[in-house]
Design a protein around this ligand. Sequence first.
Ligand code: GLY
Length: 406
Amino acid sequence: MKNKFLSQLFLFILFVICFACRSEENGIDTAKEIQYCSSQALLTLTEAPTLESIPNAIESGTSEWCYAKPGSWTSGFWPGILWYLYEGTGDKAWQNAANRVTTSLLPVTRKAVQTHDIGFITMCSLGNGYRLTGDEEYKAALLRAADSLAVLYNPIVGTILSWPRMVAIENWPHNTIIDNMMNLELLFWAAKNGGSSRLYDIAFRHAEVTMKHGFRDDYTNYHVAVYDTITGNFIKGVTHQGLSDDSMWARGQAWGIYGYTFVYRETQDIRFLEFAQKITDVYLSRLPKDGIPYWDFNASEYSSTEPRDASAAAIVASALLELSTYVADQSTAQRYRREAESMIAVLSSDVYQSRDKNSAFLLHSVGHMPRSREVDTSIIYADYYYIEALIRLQRLQQGKNVIGNK
Ligand code: GLY
């Protein structure tokens, strides 16, 4: 009896040691970093004055969150973080917190959309919530949101109108921004979960047209592609948040890499995988040594003190972990995985983690440089994609599929 107990104890200790070694492979102890995120998020949770106060950004030099309201394009990220904390720790307290904040977003899905951003808002919050709990109310809300987003689709152009307000303000008859790629995931999800198959067709066509017109010949992105609503022709590519019309805005390229990676996952069309690799390779080839981009890749041509954008790095790290699992050539796949791990390692260093400076996870992101808004700040979506990357890496370290299922 005693011997049996001792041998079971020995096996248990061996298992713990092996697991700890695996999770520290390549120097990243994912469990420790998720624990760090958990302690920071606990502070944020106690600071937020109401459920409708959704943490958005902490300006540099301050330690207080600025809050967004449900419906703002960033309002899905905080509940999404809470869901990932539940997934990463298994602690029900995070599930309860995630449920509370996610529920506050339900009314947003009952209104007609004003922009393309409903995919960001709902997939991070309700999407993760449904994936982890199977809550039918979340599912119904996601299906409503997808139908609402589809109203902005223009079949002559073949893409979603991203910013209806900008039609008159900027004289951009039909505008589609690169960020809009991220919202296609909601349409693919809905088509697979009881929504119309037309939602799949819209997402597919949007990705095809953006592949043709949303990028230059060198695979760098235009932030905004402007189209003629009558002929459907591409008119011009311009910027809104980047340095100039012909520069590579870092987060725009990151949205593209993340977007085309999941478009391949959802369609299995090899053209999208090849395109995801092309836009990844130009991004990687132009990175500074530490793997964290300047807010716009061309900004560093003027000064090496331009702010970095940790949010772009976190988005790309998460996307590369997924992309690395689809690429058949093993040396390329391993290179993407190594690049992702090294980005996560740098983001986890004392240069980028907020630690005792504020209660966000990360410092040094840029929201909207041309408007001097959120420059070198902590931003909620950097934190969201950082914890997503940690969870994805942990899953890979444990030999699981990179994307978690229910
Ligand atoms: N609108 C999304 C972004 O600023 O990246």
